[in-house]
Design a protein around this ligand. Structure first.
Ligand SMILES: Nc1ncnc2c1ncn2[C@@H]1O[C@H](COP(=O)(O)OP(=O)(O)OP(=O)(O)O)[C@@H](O)[C@H]1O
Ligand SMILES: [Mg+2]
Length: 421
């Protein structure tokens, strides 16, 4: 990293792209609604940007790499409407106050949530942030939605420590809307149990087509008091049309806010790289643990919820809908037929090796998220499932089947359909 010193004139806006470490030598600057003064330090991470405003004539030093840059902006990087919105929210006497941010991809939703978090922190509020984006998850891990409390000023949501999470099972919420909605309510409950005064809800950029369905359901199930529609040019008018009459009944105020004038958008590859790093973080110091699959509570999948029976030498799992025959080898058709006739239901042969590398979520008895896991082996003979995880073995009582396979190096490998296993 190289280092430079720069002087900022009062009122100047600087667009800063990480990785950067900024130290304030003199004066005062504002970053996403938080004031930093002499001797304060802040970090802007790789792939991220932040708006800097000199509140006074200031001198700062910046440590940067070849990926970072800064540029002067003539226009304010935090639109005035954002501040007005924050003030309006503060003037609401309602507790808890639920604020949802909706916008298309790369409009600055997470930036607005960051700004609001700092703004309310300044007013000493207890703020919970729920990140409902399963793909670009900032508080928990990809495939999850996460919740955490804002304990200190932040330049990005990923600096918020995860308090709880809900494992959805895949980076895309398509076909899994119910789980996202259940997860949102679950995390809201946890936020309220911990006395959140303000709950900020960050959402995905999927606002058109089927994404409309998820957004509308998110609104109806979380009942926000305020919705910020973050727009480049009124492209979200359809939400207003959807909510125009029922908003009164829901008691929600809808505000149109301008999108971030400039931001550091991420390419698909960068998004994948960010996810990979987060998977790796999820498995730091992970080890292989061994559990009895049928002793666990199993969510969202067949395997582990049926009755284990032995038919001749074959281990089977009986379900109301079907019978699963565990076998690494092919089984002759007449044997399958005999089993189908005996149980009077369809039989399918399933190779337990197919479970290898499936991503799972592990939970304790209060459904508190303990961590991600990767299945390394399942032996139907002993019912022993081996899972690579950092979740504490003695606390695990439940397993949620994921819909992805990933390697322990954080590479996403395969995608499953809901209830495929
Ligand atoms: N007003 C702003 N000035 C400078 N940087 C910003 C601003 N708003 C957001 N950013 C930064 O730009 C990057 C991309 O913006 P952000 O993540 O807020 O967009 P988003 O709409 O949430 O994207 P996604 O659709 O992927 O969720 C982030 O690093 C964010 O901190
Ligand atoms: Mg975002």
């Amino acid at each position: 990293m190289s280092k430079i010193s720069i002087e900022l004139l009062k009122g100047r806006w600087i667009f800063a792209v990480g990785p950067l470490r900024i130290s304030i030598i003199s004066g005062k600057i504002d970053v996403f609604g938080w004031e930093y003064k002499k001797d304060d330090e802040l970090i802007i991470q790789e792939f991220r940007s932040a708006p800097i405003l000199a509140l006074e004539n200031s001198k700062i030093t910046i440590q940067f790499s070849e990926k970072s840059y800064i540029s002067v902006s003539d226009k304010p990087l935090i639109p005035d409407e954002w501040k007005k919105f924050a003030e309006e929210c503060l003037n609401k006497k309602k507790k808890p106050l639920k604020i949802m941010v909706i916008g298309s991809v790369d409009t600055g939703k997470t930036g607005l949530v960051t700004f609001l978090a700092n703004y309310f922190l300044k007013k000493k509020k207890k703020i919970a942030v729920i990140d409902a984006d399963t793909g670009q998850q900032d508080i928990a891990f990809p495939t999850c939605i996460g919740m955490g409390f804002v304990e200190k000023p932040i330049t990005h949501l990923s600096e918020i420590e995860m308090s709880d999470a809900f494992f959805i099972g895949r980076t895309s919420p398509a076909e899994l809307f119910d789980r996202v909605l259940v997860g949102l309510r679950f995390l809201m409950k946890k936020a309220l149990e911990n006395h959140a005064e303000i709950i900020l809800l960050d959402t995905t950029g999927w606002v058109f087509d089927l994404g409309r369905e998820l957004k509308i359901s998110k609104i109806l199930s979380t009942e926000p008091d305020m919705i910020a529609l973050l727009e480049a040019e009124n492209e979200l008018y359809h939400y207003e049309a959807t909510l125009k009459e029922i908003a009164r009944g829901l008691n929600v105020k809808i505000r149109h806010l301008p999108a971030s004038p400039v931001l550091r958008a991420r390419t698909r590859e960068e998004r994948r790289e960010i996810r990979k790093r987060l998977y790796l973080k999820a498995f730091v110091d992970a080890k292989e643990i061994s559990l009895k699959l049928h002793d666990l509570s199993i969510l969202y999948g067949y395997i582990g919820t049926g009755k284990l029976t032995k038919i001749d030498e074959l281990i089977c799992e009986e379900h109301p809908e079907k019978i699963i025959i565990f076998s690494q080898k092919d089984i002759e058709a007449d044997i399958i037929k005999a089993i189908e006739e005996k149980f009077n239901k369809k039989a399918i042969v399933f190779n337990p090796d197919e479970l290898k590398e499936i991503l799972v979520g592990l939970i304790d008895k209060n459904m508190h998220f303990l961590g991600l896991g990767i299945v390394s082996n399942y032996n139907p003979e002993t019912d022993e499932i081996k899972i690579y995880t950092r979740a504490p073995q003695d606390k695990i009582v439940g397993l949620i089947w994921g819909l992805m396979k990933i390697t322990i190096n954080g590479e996403e490998k395969a995608w499953l359909k809901p209830w495929q296993i």
